[in-house]
Structure formats: structure tokens, C-alpha cells
Design a protein around this ligand. Sequence first.
Ligand code: GDP
Ligand code: MG
Length: 169
Amino acid sequence: AKPIVAIVGRPNVGKSTFFNRLLGERAAIVQDEPGTTRDRLYGEVSWRGRTFTIVDTGGLETSVDSSSDEPDPIRRMVREQAEQAIREADLIVFMIDVKTGPTPSDYEIADLLRRTNKPTILAVNKADSPQREYEAVEFYSLGMGDPIPVSAYHGMGITPLLDRVVELL
Ligand code: GDP
Ligand code: MG
């Protein structure tokens, strides 16, 4: 079977934008996972001769804006999605938002990820400018290794991120 790469992170960090950016016009939604909420999208990505399945977690969250504060139900939802992704994935792309800085949910997800032995890549999204790219270093404090700045919206930083994915798969 193809390896599974899950994009995990709190609502609004840009997971779906990144997912769509990777799939582009060849976007092939492979399946809706039966029996669960219809909040997981699957697509196939080929990069440098490797093919993997990419999973966008958390379609439920489109109606939720947790950028300012994070009430308990949202934190619980984020944690449950992260746990499920960790179970099914071979590699996790942990996505955060450079504009908000690390939030309590980010630290919570980082704790979950540290307790697995699955490879994790820290993607710092919304690094739309050199200043924002520079600010990505702030996320070293999550203890998840080298943050990779990306801008899913503008399509920047995608190559280094995918290179890292296939390196670790
Ligand atoms: P998700 O909830 O994590 O799936 O996030 P979405 O992909 O739905 O994006 C949430 C919001 O962030 C949308 O308004 C996106 O347009 C915006 N967004 C996503 N990626 C970027 C980015 O690289 N830069 C900026 N400035 N905004 C982004
Ligand atoms: Mg989404």
C-alpha cells in the first residue's frame, strides 16, 4: 500500500489550502472514508518518483474560527483529529500559522506527536513574506525540529517540504 501522509493542525491554519495546492488540477479525491464523519479527504501525490496518499483532516472545522481563543470543544476536536491521523498515518505534516504564533492547541498537538515514533514535519504556514519566514524560527519552541516555512496560498516553500516528506517516508 502507498504510505499515508496526514496534515494535522488546528482550524484555520491552512491545511485544506495546502492539500488543494498539492493536488492542483490533478486533484483526485480518492475516497471519503466510510463510516466516519465526512471530514477526511484523500488524494494522491507523486513527488521525485515516490507516490503517497495525502490526508486532509478536519472538514468539520470550516465553520469554526478558533484563531482568537480556543474553547474546550474545539481543543477536544483538534486533539481527536490529531489522534486519529496519528493512528492511520505513516508520516505527519503538523501545520501551524505563523501569524498567530504557537497556541495552547499547538502545544497540545506537539505533545501528542512527540509521544509517537512516527516521523513528523513542522510546516509553518502563511509565511507569505521574508519577515514571516524569519518569524517561523519562533516555532522551534514546539520541540518538533526544524520548522519549514511555507505559504500554501502563494505556493511557496512547497518544494523543500515535499523533499523532506519523501526523505522521511
Ligand atoms: P484549515 O482550516 O486548516 O483547512 O484552513 P484553510 O485551508 O481552510 O484556510 C484558512 C484560511 O487561511 C483561509 O482564509 C485561507 O485562504 C487562509 N490561508 C491558507 N493558506 C494561507 C497562506 O499561505 N497565507 C495566507 N495569508 N493565508 C492563507
Ligand atoms: Mg480544512
